[in-house]
Design a protein around this ligand. Structure first.
Ligand SMILES: *Cc1c(COP(=O)(O)O)cnc(C)c1O
Length: 348
């Protein structure tokens, strides 16, 4: 245990609000990793991977699940599983699958993602309907609709169940894929069970490597048949792992014991949002709009803002031109938030 301490406290004084991906595995995770029973997952012989997959499948109310190295791969595997080259996919213009995967869907699946407006995190149902009809008319019925929950660029906004139901009824034939990288943040914030969200979609993915604190990995859930096909697509993308139980063990701890505490991150993000509103005004950021762990606001010079923060040992980031993003997570405590708020109060 002595050896583990330097790792666990590596962050030291720096307040790292760049992303919730920077979280370090807990001591409990490290112990679970050291003690994990493993086998070659290519031969379905890793019991810890199997346990993690079953646990996630149960949480999201799906028949089966697949452990993959990253959230990006989960989205890419889902896309390859649901589509053939030339298919039409609809997604929010600012969603991860469209903007942040280096056009992977075009490369790996040969599909065209048609963007619809998602300014405040919610897909425009009117535009979805419009695109549905246009491509239907052209003899290219929409194959997949992607939703993101929580929606990252809009500031971690959980998707509304009503919108989700509406999308389902607009697309009875298409597959709906939920990029639920932060599905558990959504669930904790709204009280809506992950399975309640997931029952309206055909496939769902979540990261254990973000706010839940595991070092590596994401899960993709769906029907048994979908997961059997996804298994092959994961292999094609090079994501077939061997004694992955070492990683899955940390993922299990993440899913079993790290979900409820996300509420703390949400409370701290709201505190940051209030400080932003106090400094720049409610037009820049309405603190009530911050429901989970992501604070996004427009700033005329994000670089200047972030440089100012870094001088106080606070790190933030930017995900689009003219926007600052601050993300809370388990390795940021109240004292660190207070220090950040002082820095914000004097920021340019
Ligand atoms: C982080 C993220 C992903 C991708 O996960 P990685 O593990 O970083 O590849 C996908 N979608 C959303 C919304 C994300 O925030």
């Amino acid at each position: 245990m002595e050896l583990m301490k330097p790792f666990a406290t590596q962050n030291g004084e720096v307040v790292d609000l760049r992303s919730d991906t920077v979280t370090k595995p807990t001591i409990e995770m490290r112990e679970a990793m050291a003690n994990a029973v493993v086998g070659d997952d290519r031969y379905h012989e890793d019991p810890t991977v199997a346990e993690l997959e079953a646990y996630y499948a149960e949480l999201v109310g799906k028949e089966a699940a697949l452990f993959v190295p990253s959230g990006t791969m989960a989205n890419q595997v889902a896309m390859r599983t649901w589509t053939s080259p030339g298919d039409v996919v609809l997604a929010g213009a600012r969603q991860h699958v469209l903007q942040y995967e280096r056009m992977g869907s075009a490369i790996n699946s040969g599909v065209q993602i048609v963007p619809v407006r998602d300014d405040r995190g919610t897909l425009s149902v009117r535009e979805l309907e419009e695109q549905r009809d246009i491509f239907q008319f052209l003899g290219l019925p929409v194959k997949v609709v992607c939703v993101e929950n929580t929606h990252m660029p809009a500031g971690g906004v959980p998707i509304g169940l009503e919108v989700l139901k509406e999308i389902r009824s607009l697309f009875p034939e298409a597959k709906i894929h939920m990029d639920g990288a932060r599905l558990f943040n959504a669930s904790v914030a709204t009280g809506i069970e992950p399975s309640e969200y997931a029952q309206h979609v055909d496939s769902v993915m979540s990261c254990v490597s973000k706010g839940l604190g595991a070092p590596v990995g994401s899960l993709l859930g769906g029907s048994k048949e979908f997961i059997e096909n996804a298994w092959k697509e994961r292999a094609i993308l090079g994501g077939q792992m061997r004694q992955a139980g070492v990683l899955a063990a940390a993922g299990l701890v993440a899913l079993q014991s790290m979900r409820d505490r996300l509420a703390e991150d949400h409370r701290r993000a709201r505190k940051l949002a209030k400080a932003i509103a106090a400094r720049y005004g409610l037009e820049v950021l309405d603190p009530d709009s911050v429901q989970t762990n992501i604070v996004v606001f427009s700033h005329p010079d994000p670089e200047a803002f972030l440089t100012h923060l870094s001088q106080a040992d606070v790190l933030g980031g930017s995900v689009a031109p003219g926007y600052v993003r601050l993300v809370t997570h388990k390795d940021v405590d109240d004292e660190m938030i207070d220090r950040t708020i002082v820095a914000i109060s004097k920021a340019p």
